[in-house]
Design a protein around this ligand. Structure first.
Ligand code: R5P
Length: 295
């Protein structure tokens, strides 16, 4: 029997794309908030003796987590076999160390919640900096989609004479893969972050006149990392860049601020639904789901 699909945002591009690539049976459910703020959950179809996939994009996770957990527990209570979670953006990955005494290492606590409730997990490019793989904190079977080759393909098809620029050391994992895939040169800069909105990015070391800079990073949140990188590019006399983010979180007014700062275009994958979505990673997510379902 086909696995059941519970999609929190069924009309989002990535959900449609995943559903189109897999044999799933979409399932209706009701989630609403009582006047006192508590969550009501009801399945509108039987689910016993079936496997299920929940697609729940977990950006802005705090308000989504409890309804998600109440849904998965309802499924288990009503006789579901296995439940996998697909969250194209995996939150709470950046607090991967105690930067200051007394801080919580929330990436670990968040992973322990998901480990306790789900049978498997699929996500796209989690922010792996001090963890070398997701397995260091996720004990359930998991698969990670690598968006860099898809971004490289988009870049090769849409940008003439591209030069990949990584704003910081962490970005070099995506930059190197994308550069190898598209066979283009690259430079990775250095970043110093002193606060949520305070970022410094180093100057370019090489002369790249005549090329089109393409900034690539896993996350655009406040957009300050990309904005400061644009400042460095301007100082080097380069053209206006195209900014590619795998996960466009766009806190506050970050999208417009990037355009105002001089981005020629801001492009994201459809991991997080946004008007900048140009790169569809749904087929790649579906391929990883298939591997876990087959196992
Ligand atoms: C962290 O190093 C990430 O790779 C991104 O560079 C960072 O999250 C971007 O954040 P923001 O847009 O707030 O500068």
């Amino acid at each position: 029997m086909k696995p059941l699909l519970f999609a929190f945002t069924p009309d989002a591009g990535i959900c449609r794309s995943i559903a189109a690539s897999l044999e799933l049976e979409p399932c209706e459910f009701e989630l609403r908030t009582f006047p006192d703020g508590e969550t009501y959950v009801r399945l509108l179809e039987p689910c016993n003796d079936r496997d299920a996939i929940i697609i729940c994009p977990l950006q802005q996770p705090n308000d989504k987590l409890l309804p998600l957990l109440l849904l998965v527990e309802t499924l288990r209570d009503l006789g579901i076999h296995k439940v996998g979670l697909v969250t194209p953006y995996l939150p709470y990955m950046r607090q991967d160390i105690r930067f200051k005494p007394g801080e919580g290492v929330t990436s670990r606590y968040f992973s322990s919640i998901l480990n306790a409730h789900f049978d498997w997990l699929v996500t796209v490019d989690p922010h792996l900096h001090r963890y070398s793989t997701l397995d260091e904190i996720y004990t359930i079977p998991n698969r990670v989609v690598d968006a860099a080759p898809v971004a490289a393909k988009w870049m090769a098809a849409h940008i003439e004479n591209p030069l990949l620029i990584g704003p910081d050391e962490e970005s070099s994992q995506w930059i190197q893969k994308a550069a190898a895939n598209a066979d283009v040169p690259y430079e990775v800069l250095l970043k110093q972050r002193s606060g949520d909105y305070q970022v410094d990015v180093s100057e370019l070391k090489n002369d790249w006149q005549g090329m089109t800079p393409v900034l690539l990073d896993d996350i655009i949140s406040t957009g300050k990392t990309m904005q400061q990188t644009i400042v460095s590019l301007k100082r080097a006399g380069l053209r206006e860049p195209v900014c590619i983010g795998i996960h466009g979180l766009f806190a506050d007014n970050a999208y417009q601020e990037l355009i105002d700062a001089g981005a020629r275009a801001v492009v994201t994958t459809n991991c997080i639904e946004h008007l900048s979505n140009k790169i569809d990673v749904g087929a790649e997510v579906a391929a990883q789901i298939r591997i876990l379902m087959d196992n």
